[in-house]
Design a protein around this ligand. Structure first.
Ligand code: PAF
Length: 281
């Protein structure tokens, strides 16, 4: 695996592949890689001849009081894992490479509607940062296919909208959520949890599962959502939202809508904010 930090070096490799007629897959990450990320690398391999992964902790998607400075950075270990899972190029740019005018003066892409609700409402500006950096990475890597995890399902919808509106010529593929044996969705932020919080953390997934079961039993959605919030509060979480939405656009379902739905939740456990979701299929 080659590691490159500059755009010219990255383009030289990718263009050489393209001249050979090879299909290029791309997995953008913020590093501190775990089995969830590696499953995306393996998925990219199934859709492409060569795989590029990026590791870049993107400052513009963090709010002023969020964890940008303490976000775990582990490039050496990430490289080892990427080699083991068949990545061909690691693109690890600096902030200066990604934001030549500085992050505060960078252009911003705002994805309305699907980017404004839920995570967008609780983390103002977050999806502007995500859409902006993903558009920049797509312009640099020029992949044929890019792979994103279902764990950040709203991010995935934001990226799909970005690709459609900018008429980008690439395919977006989704990888399923990878969970710990107790149900906790894998996330780089799980390492912030202390031992006691870690034992409680699977309750977020368990509550989403309970929302699904209650919905199948025929309970009204608003009652299920309210009960889910209370259930998590009793378990020691501070939930931001526990909702059932349309999977296609995160719109609020009509009372008689029974298909194409998804439960989404975000909740704080101590200082750690966890998100998760579960499709009602
Ligand atoms: O999902 C992530 O890790 C990030 O939001 C992404 C897509 C790499 C953009 O910084």
């Amino acid at each position: 695996m080659r590691t490159v930090g500059d755009i010219r070096g990255l383009r030289a490799v990718v263009q050489a592949w393209k001249k050979e007629g090879l299909r290029v897959g791309f997995v953008p990450t913020m590093g501190n890689l775990h089995a969830g990320h590696f499953s995306l690398i393996e998925l990219a391999r199934r859709y492409a001849d060569r795989v590029v992964a990026s590791v870049f902790v993107n400052p513009t998607q963090f709010g002023p009081n969020e964890d940008y400075t303490r976000y775990p950075r582990s490039l050496a270990e990430d490289s080892v894992g990427l080699v083991e899972h068949g990545c061909d190029v690691l693109f690890a740019p600096t902030v200066e490479v990604m934001y030549p005018f500085g992050p505060e003066h960078a252009l911003r892409i705002h994805v309305p509607d699907v980017g404004d609700t839920l995570e967008g409402a609780h983390r103002p500006g977050h999806f502007d940062g995500v859409a902006t950096v993903v558009a920049k990475l797509f312009a640099m890597v020029e992949p044929d296919v890019a792979v994103f995890g279902q764990k950040d399902c709203q991010q995935l919808l934001v990226v799909r909208r970005l690709v459609r509106e900018l008429a980008l010529s690439l395919e977006i593929v989704t990888g399923p959520i990878v969970r710990e044996p107790d149900g906790l969705a894998m996330s780089s932020r799980n390492r912030y949890l202390d031992a006691h919080q870690r034992t409680r953390a699977p309750e977020l997934h368990a509550t989403l599962q309970w929302m699904h079961d209650s919905f199948v039993e025929g309970h009204a959605l608003h009652a299920v959502e309210g009960a889910a919030l209370r259930r998590l509060q009793r378990a020691g979480f501070e939930p931001d939202y526990m909702v059932v939405r349309r999977a296609a656009d995160l719109g609020i379902p009509a009372p008689d809508e029974r298909t194409g739905l998804l439960a989404l939740g975000a909740a704080r456990l101590g200082h750690t904010r966890l998100i998760d979701n579960l499709a009602f299929d």
